[in-house]
Design a protein around this ligand. Structure first.
Ligand SMILES: Nc1ncnc2c1ncn2[C@@H]1O[C@H](COP(=O)(O)OP(=O)(O)OP(=O)(O)O)[C@@H](O)[C@H]1O
Length: 316
């Protein structure tokens, strides 16, 4: 049971248009410039993950694409149309962060109601089952836990077999089982050719689900690419040891062009030419200093490394 993208493109909706195209977008709230000339494109049939620190402008961008907010500048096309175009209603699924469901309404009743708005909906009971909500089909919305409400909202976004789905932090605060159930649904959507645009704070989620990752900060795009191109082919040598090693001395023992950093305290990363001899050099240097190393490993850079390099480590 996976949703097929409803194949109902109409004239004027260039089939080649990206799922979402945003150019030079600007959004201000009073004196705050939340989006500051943002340009991005999300391909059809792909999962695009938008990452960014708190306040980077992710939700504002998504809400403009959903037609819930008006931009102050720039242009936005969704499936080749203006976000306010009512023809998009049946073709675009939106997962609301909160609200939108009458508090006394039972979960199953609400999803069946949502299904009735669409010509070829998914089976609501099967969808509840897939998201682990079958037991709660008769539970009023207000009595569902936060995570259950969130999953019901995801179900509501996809029950109409949309061609494009917007998911704003779909797995925030979910327990691991519920998270995996959501990942399964997103993977299934992609397999069915549905375009998915999601925001997330979880790097593993972006790495696992996304065809394309867009990192935004201060309302602008700072990097775009597949998880693999963003993390690159470079390897790093990582190890743990007592904090405060003399990195200048360590570097003098390493090949030219190497870089070493300690972040956080007691966690060391060495970048550069990570050839097999490097491991031996590092262990030999540590041994000569009487330093015990732990968890010595050669790894690919993670998306988290890239994210922190681009957006800084400080909390905002
Ligand atoms: N309705 C609003 N009124 C005033 N300022 C707002 C409003 N909505 C967002 N902002 C501000 O705009 C900026 C971008 O917010 P936005 O919610 O788009 O970021 P975000 O990347 O989704 O953040 P988070 O990861 O914390 O959800 C922030 O500085 C925020 O305080």
């Amino acid at each position: 049971m996976m949703p097929d993208a409803a194949n109902t493109r109409s004239a004027g909706d260039a089939a080649s248009a990206p799922a979402v195209e945003v150019r030079d977008l600007v959004k201000r709230y009073g004196r705050t410039t939340a989006i500051d000339g943002l340009t991005l494109s999300c391909a059809r049939g792909e999962v695009t993950a938008i990452l960014g620190p708190n306040g980077a402008g992710k939700t504002s961008t998504i809400e403009i694409c959903e037609g819930f907010r008006r931009p102050d500048g720039g242009s936005v096309r969704v499936l080749g149309r203006d976000p306010s175009d009512s023809a998009l209603k049946a073709r675009v699924g939106v997962m609301l962060q909160s609200g939108g469901v009458p508090p006394a309404m039972r979960a199953g009743e609400w999803l069946r109601l949502m299904a009735r708005f669409h010509a070829h909906p998914l089976d609501p009971a099967a969808l509840l089952d897939r998201l682990g909500l079958s037991e709660h089909a008769r539970t009023p919305y207000r009595r569902l836990s936060g995570g259950q409400q969130q999953r019901l909202s995801l179900a509501g976004a996809i029950v109409g077999r949309p061609e494009l789905v917007f998911l704003d932090e779909p797995t925030a605060g979910l327990d691991p089982q519920a998270r995996y159930a959501c990942w399964d649904v997103v993977t299934g959507l992609r397999e069915a050719g549905v375009s998915v645009v999601l925001t997330t704070h979880y790097m593993d989620e972006a790495e696992k689900l996304a065809d394309q990752v867009i990192i935004i900060d201060h309302g602008r795009v700072v990097a775009t690419g597949t998880p693999a191109t963003l993390t690159g082919a470079e390897r790093q040598l990582r190890f743990r040891a007592r904090p405060g090693l003399n990195l200048d001395e360590l570097l003098s023992a390493l090949p030219q062009g190497s870089a070493a950093k300690e972040s956080p305290a007691g966690h060391y990363i060495i970048e550069g030419q990570v050839a097999p001899g490097l491991l031996a050099t590092v262990t030999a240097w540590c041994a000569s200093e009487g330093v015990t190393t732990e968890d010595l490993s050669i790894e690919r850079r993670t998306l988290e490394d890239v994210f922190l390099e681009l957006t800084g480590r400080e909390l905002r």
